[in-house]
Design a protein around this ligand. Structure first.
Ligand code: ZN
Length: 404
């Protein structure tokens, strides 16, 4: 039965692709990938560290405005353009603007053969450019759609941004949202259907401090923190659901001959399920308390001489797209029509937020290939990017519904 329905569905994608306006848009994509790559280079060269995305947001809106779309910047800094459909329902294409690189990073794109090399070129220069490419293909050869298509360059996806951009978008369109596609990175080989839940904390231990010689024997904030870290590192982390932890940044102390009065560590916990994540957080809190107690016991100090605090640096909710979702079905139909093979994946992306609320969502790449994300040797190769653009264009149209 499934094969029959798939064949009918393929036909419907074929039907969309054969409509004269759509065929023209697909032709536009085939012969204009260079334009898309140029936009990608320009926008990647504009710095966009967390909380400093405004210049890149304005730039993206400028391009979308040029296509005749009405644009605006919302309260958190998202660049938004709406392409009105006949009805109220909304399909949201969101590509995050922010990068993990500080403002003074050298962002001049270098060419190495077919490759473009510069931090942020793939993650998420490739995604933002692909979203712009789809908008341009739609404006080059307009079709009437049943649903409104919203294009958004969103803020706060990386680092400690805590997904604030996509949270605001989902909040704003909530009642009208039918599906969300997060366009993130290059590639056409994956469909991210499951979010990974994460919680991040800064853990601080404070103590009396003192002189390394005359106060020797008193409680040491760094040692207390280290005891907690060792204690937690012995905790068994689940394979199923898959979970992980990372102590990523550690700091504390003022000089080599002073007992530190403060030590801090930043930790990232992740899991496929919220319940396992909660268990992990509980174990972390307990282990850090144990570390502080061990230090107090060992140094014969009063328990209240060391103070332990946890500060949340953000939490990402998780969720999973059901196997039988129309969104996944549509993507499979388009992949089958284009002869593209893709696999399902789990990752932490903008799609986490809608998925956690039961709104159908995926993260898809924008086409081409890339590597070295979050490193200064990040690269992108635009070869074959037309396939990624056509894939996104057809998925968007199939979801939005083409009117006669
Ligand atoms: Zn990304």
């Amino acid at each position: 039965m499934a094969s029959i329905s798939l064949r009918t569905a393929e036909k419907s994608i074929e039907k969309i692709a054969q409509k004269p306006q759509c065929a023209r848009a697909l032709d536009w994509i085939s012969s204009n990938t260079k334009w898309v790559t140029e936009q990608q280079i320009h926008l990647t060269e504009i710095p966009a560290p967390e909380r400093q995305e405004s210049q890149r947001a304005e730039y993206v809106n400028g391009i979308l405005q040029h296509m005749g779309l009405r644009t605006r910047i919302d309260g958190v800094g998202n660049a938004i353009a709406e392409r009105p459909g006949a009805g109220e329902s909304v399909i949201l294409l969101a590509a995050h603007l922010d990068t993990v690189f500080p403002a003074d990073t050298d962002l001049k794109v270098k060419r190495e053969g077919a490759r473009l090399v510069v931090p942020g070129i793939s993650d998420n220069g490739a995604g933002v450019a692909a979203m712009i490419g789809v908008a341009r293909a739609l404006s080059e050869s307009p079709v009437r759609t049943g649903k409104t298509i919203v294009f958004a360059g969103d803020v706060g996806e990386e680092g400690e941004g805590n997904l604030r951009g996509i949270r605001a978008l989902v909040e704003e369109y909530r009642s009208r949202l039918v599906a969300v596609i997060a366009v993130d990175g290059p590639s056409v080989e994956h469909v991210t259907v499951q979010g990974i839940a994460s919680r991040r904390f800064e853990i601080v231990v404070r103590g009396p401090g003192g002189h390394s010689w005359s106060d020797f024997g008193g409680p040491n904030a760094i040692t207390a923190l280290a005891r907690g870290i060792v204690e937690f590192s012995a905790v068994r982390v689940s394979d199923r659901p898959r979970s992980s932890f990372n102590f990523g940044v550690i700091e504390g102390g003022n000089s080599v001959n002073s007992i530190p009065s403060r030590a801090a560590v930043r930790v990232d916990l992740r899991s496929e399920t919220e319940s396992e994540l909660a268990r992990l957080e509980g174990a972390l809190r307990q282990a850090m308390q144990t570390g502080v107690r061990q230090e107090a016991d060992f140094t014969d100090s009063r328990a209240d001489e060391l103070e332990l605090t946890f500060t949340s640096l953000g939490a990402r909710p998780s969720g999973k797209l059901p196997e039988d979702s129309f969104l996944l079905e549509t993507i499979r139909e388009v992949d089958s029509f284009l002869g593209n093979r893709s696999r399902l994946e789990r990752s932490s992306t903008d799609a986490n937020v809608p998925l956690s609320l039961g709104i159908p969502a995926v993260a898809l790449g924008g086409g081409g290939t890339g590597g070295g994300a979050h490193t200064t040797s990040e690269w992108y190769d635009p070869s074959g990017r037309a396939l990624g653009l056509k894939r996104l264009y057809l998925i968007t149209l199939a979801l939005a519904g083409v009117l006669p």
